[in-house]
Design a protein around this ligand. Structure first.
Ligand code: ADP
Ligand code: MG
Length: 483
């Protein structure tokens, strides 16, 4: 047993999700990403004296959507507080946040909804706050540049209970959160651009111990994979220190993606005292039950519900279901497709097989896929009716459809003479031709080399240019050979 096996990890994640509202939390400034620096600003987001923040109601609706999706309690009386600190990218000198009255409490996210060992991770709270600006350290060799476009953009912070017990579970949790915010259309979930950011609180303790160890908090992971790498490193680092007789210091650390390590950013000695106090410029915001009910009635079908429906009602495998659900647009496409065919398995196979490969090979996202579900449904029907074979559909017709998305697959099949021959006489004709051309193989078959049917069927597909209905042809050929 390695020393690492003596320990268990305790992990709690704080996720900041930038809300995709059009304007910022307290001003009408645009929130568009990638605008010229310092153009999406106003006296309010710059914190000029005498300016007053104005509430953007969309923030509340977005946060309620998320709260309902994670089964949280929604607070009716929302207060705001000032979190005071000095930093160059925070011109006001304070951030407006919710401190003691988060808009949501007591939610949960279900992990591994696809297996028996389903696990719930409780969410302590979700609160609204505003983002700070961005300090840019790598563009000018002598100065730090500041872009205040982000200052005042709305965020929700989602704080989990310390119930995540491995780097893999953390990966799963962030994946679920990202999927959820995308399904809910409240955040684009883009970690590279910083619209979704995750801070990982990690501690370790001896297995069976009741008390938590000292935790560290690691920031600056720009992908879900890096969240996992950072946590893996942090667990090992902490165990190594404890095993060497050392002590974990409470500190904030940063992740280095190049070598997968973490390093100290600031220690406890420099810990902030934010001197929270109630925000005097914003009245408490009351959320009525009717408003919550209205948001609830507009919630989309969520990933876990889709998963249950696909696996329980449609009989898809967990594997297939997860690939479809992974992306909201592909789930929507699938939902359209299964309104038009009841061959759910075939629908999943097309979406996760030929369509996915085509999209990958051409670096197209499903949003820009040009073939309508009705034509994929028709293609499935043609195969089911024995009019075309699966391989003709995949190799000849589907590629043609991608080039001519307005042509129906039946039309393509007819125009290219690809309709399958299931007429017995025609098939017998093809078989006779194969027998005539391969007399040796036929007599060897008759002498007991039964595996030669494979070869003969191959020849038959060649002779018929792939148009002979393989099931029928196989059956007739065996009958003729056994005569
Ligand atoms: P802070 O403002 O100090 O970061 P928060 O309460 O906002 O405190 O967040 C604390 C986060 O750390 C939560 O996600 C919580 O689950 C997690 N956490 C608390 N204690 C531990 C611990 N001992 N080990 C790991 N994570 C912890
Ligand atoms: Mg924290």
């Amino acid at each position: 047993m390695s020393v690492y096996d003596k320990y268990e990890a305790v992990i709690g994640l704080e996720i900041h999700a930038q809300l995709s509202t059009k304007s910022k939390a307290y001003t009408s400034d645009s929130t568009e990403f990638g605008s010229t620096p310092n153009t999406n600003i106003s006296p309010i987001s710059l914190g000029h004296p005498g300016t007053l923040p104005r509430i953007n109601k969309a923030n509340f609706e977005y946060a309620i959507r998320l709260g309902l999706a994670v089964n949280a309690d929604i607070r009716h009386e929302n207060q705001f507080a000032r979190k005071n600190y000095f930093y160059a990218d925070l011109p006001k000198g304070y951030q407006i946040t919710q401190d003691k009255t988060p808009i949501c409490n007591n939610g949960y996210i279900t992990l591994f909804a696809n297996t028996e060992n389903e696990k719930k991770i409780n969410i302590t709270r979700i609160h609204l706050e505003e983002d700070a600006g961005k300090s840019i350290h790598d563009q000018d060799p002598f100065n730090t540049l500041i872009d205040l476009n982000r200052a005042g953009v709305s965020l929700v912070e989602i704080v989990s209970e310390p119930e995540i017990s491995s780097a893999d579970e953390a990966y799963e949790y962030v994946t679920e959160v990202r999927k959820l915010v995308r399904y809910l259309d409240i955040c684009d979930g883009n970690m590279e651009e910083g619209s979704l950011r995750c801070d990982a609180n990690v501690s370790v303790r001896l297995k069976g111990s009741k008390e938590f160890g000292q935790r560290t908090e690691t920031k600056n992971m720009n992908s879900i994979r890096n969240v996992k790498r950072a946590i893996e490193h942090e667990i090992k680092r902490q165990i190594d220190i404890i095993e060497a007789g050392g002590k974990i210091e409470m500190e904030t650390r940063s992740f280095n993606a190049v070598d997968g390590t973490t390093f100290t950013l600031r220690s406890k000695e420099q810990a902030h005292d934010y001197r929270y106090f109630p925000e005097p410029d914003i009245q408490p915001v009351t959320i009525l039950n009717e408003e919550i009910e209205k948001v609830k009635s507009h919630l989309p079908e969520l990933p876990n519900d889709l998963f249950k429906r696909y696996t329980n009602d449609l009989g898809l495998s967990a594997y297939d279901a997860n690939i479809i659900i992974d992306n909201k647009t592909s789930a929507l496409y699938f939902n359209e497709l299964i309104k038009l065919t009841t061959n759910y398995k075939a629908a999943a196979n097309w979406l996760n097989g030929a369509i996915k490969s085509y999209l990958n090979e051409n670096a197209i996202s499903i949003e820009d896929f040009s073939i309508e579900p009705k034509f994929i449904a028709e293609l499935i029907q043609l195969i089911q009716d024995g009019k075309i074979s699966n391989s003709i559909a995949e190799q000849k017709i589907f590629p043609e459809m991608t080039k001519n998305p307005t042509l129906s697959p039946l039309k393509i099949a007819e125009e290219n003479n690809l309709i399958q021959e299931s007429n017995d006489d025609a098939i017998v004709g093809f078989i006779q031709q194969v027998f005539d051309e391969n007399p040796n193989e036929v007599s060897r078959y008759k002498n007991g080399e039964k595996q030669l049917t494979g070869f003969l069927m191959g020849q038959l597909m060649k002779v018929s240019k792939g148009k002979a209905d393989p099931k029928k042809a196989n059956q007739i050929m065996r009958e003729l050979l056994e005569k």
